[in-house]
Design a protein around this ligand. Structure first.
Ligand SMILES: [Zn+2]
Length: 132
């Protein structure tokens, strides 16, 4: 790790720019439902049948419960897939941003930000100098 402060700051502003460009995003995962419904008398029970679907649904945990959402059209599915993809991008970028920011904090030198009054204070009031 030979990151310098300017390099890290450049990395950080790059990440901010990428986050700004993220589109609509939402949580959840989209999974295909099984193509076989399990009924033995259904056409999908035959070995070379393509089965049903594929149907996709979005699931996500809301306050400990799993919420399931289905999609009325392929376009609605595609929209949701893009939104979920954007959420993953958002999460990844945020994680990277936190890491870069923590490195910056570790490298940033302490600056003398105390005002002249703040520096004087401990000496000027001898009574309260220990009661901080
Ligand atoms: Zn079936």
């Amino acid at each position: 790790m030979t990151d310098s402060l300017p390099q890290l700051e450049a990395q950080r502003s790059d990440l901010f720019h990428q986050i700004v460009s993220i589109g609509d995003f939402r949580r959840g995962s989209i999974t295909p439902t099984s193509g076989k419904c399990g009924k033995t008398n259904c056409h999908c029970a035959k070995r070379d049948d393509a089965g049903h679907g594929p149907n996709f649904r979005l699931t996500r945990r809301v306050k400990g419960k799993t919420r399931t959402e289905t999609f009325p059209s392929p376009a609605a599915l595609r929209k949701a897939q893009q939104e979920v993809t954007e959420f993953h991008r958002f999460q990844r970028l945020c994680g990277e941003l936190v890491e870069v920011s923590e490195k910056i904090c570790a490298l940033r030198p302490v600056q003398d930000t105390l005002t002249p009054e703040e520096k004087k204070r401990p000496k000027s009031s001898t009574k309260r100098s220990r009661a901080k």
